[in-house]
Design a protein around this ligand. Sequence first.
Ligand code: FES
Length: 509
Amino acid sequence: MNKKTADFSQPPQSYWIASTPQPQHSVLNEDIETDIAIIGGGIVGLTTAYLLKQEGFTVSVVEADCILQGTTGNTTAKVTSQHTLVYNRIFQKFGKDKAQHYADANQTAIKTVSDLVNSLKIDCDFSWQSAYCFTHRDDYVPEIMNEVNTASLLGIQAYFVPEIPLPLGIKGAVRFDGQAQIHPRKYLLALAEKIPGNGSYIFEQTRVTRVDEGKPHRVITKNGKTITAKIVIIATHYPCYEAHGMYFSRLYPERSYALGVRIKGKYPGGMYITAEDPARSLRSHMTKDEQLVIVSGEHHKTGQGEDTSNHYRKLKDFAEQLFTVIDIPYRWSTQDYSTADGVPYIGQLTSDTQEIYVATGFGKWGMSTSTAAALIFRDMILNGYSPWQDIYRPSRFTPIASAKSFVKENLNVAKHLISGKLSPVPDKNEIPCGEGKIIEYEGQRTGAYREQNGKLHLIDTTCTHMGCELQWNSAEKSWDCPCHGSRFTYSGEIVDSPALDNIEHKILE
Ligand code: FES
């Protein structure tokens, strides 16, 4: 590793988090009642809370950790309706009307972000950009052409271009005009400021453990306090309450990686992504005094695949092939969920739950989709209907679009319920400082991580969600679950749900 250009020995932190303050909100320590309880303090939760408060509702946002520290704090923050090559696929599988609704929802989401930035005068480095999805392969060119034609038919400003402003030797690209990029935390911290007061709240460090359905509903937190609300919105990335929606069988988690790179020379503008794997994505951002290029990609199923540190190295290699890299001051990773048919779930939690809404499965396109979700929730709550609700309806099941993927993902989960328990394990003395491995300790399979000072941290590698075997993530120093994406620190604390309980932890000196 070239220490001059990348110090990957330090813990990852996104530029968005590093460059903004972290406001403190209190823990929920009494029972309260609001019109609407919103679980999750990311972009869906905060945008929805802001819009609904504007409509006169009292809202309570409840976050298990700190607001805007999860996926929203670790995004690439492209506010775009270009979700790689999605429109032709949706058109073919769901028909023209639903493809139109998908396009309208995302195009309206971009305009909504722009309108909020303007009307609230939010200083969040918003800029209009063109978005390019490009290919290096001849066999993808017809797909690019189909995407241009379908997106144009749906009213998007989409064009075929044989070249892009970056020297990537492409075969062709689809360009969407009128797209945008922002600093996500500057934008959302400004919205968050407007939520508390006049009977509305944001609570942090308050984990929700269940929802007791009723009229009204009761949202129960880990410390036993309750929020009573007529309407509940679950915006926790993976739903913290599923009823009988079986989300565990229809969502799969993926991790992806980003570098914040300083380069010699000027970035030409624009947002870019490959149509094919390996995924490579680019945008730039003007910090206070310089240009940062954000290079991202390298997605893989959580808890599966090669040593996770390799993903940062591969992005670094890509950046160095494309630019003269000065240094790489930031790196970060994130987790996203995708659905069986590739379209997010936004709407009523199940076909027979009343006034409990969910938004999940954004497939890495959370900036526009989450704003679309907030608009859908607002319209469903105010008017009983959103024009875009059918394409996103969580209780849909589309055999052609979903079945193959559904079977594949659930076989994958079944494999990970048992496979980790069968592989051979090293002795605890074989673990160098800074590394984690699965070992046998007192006759049990045990996850072990050795700190630089030699202390050995031991945890049970059985995920507290549904019992899959955790895998070591060397890049983030975490234990990750390959089934539904729960993640734990090396000392057993939850980093990502759906798990609700920490893992017992022991230190050997
Ligand atoms: Fe579901 Fe681990 S078993 S997240």
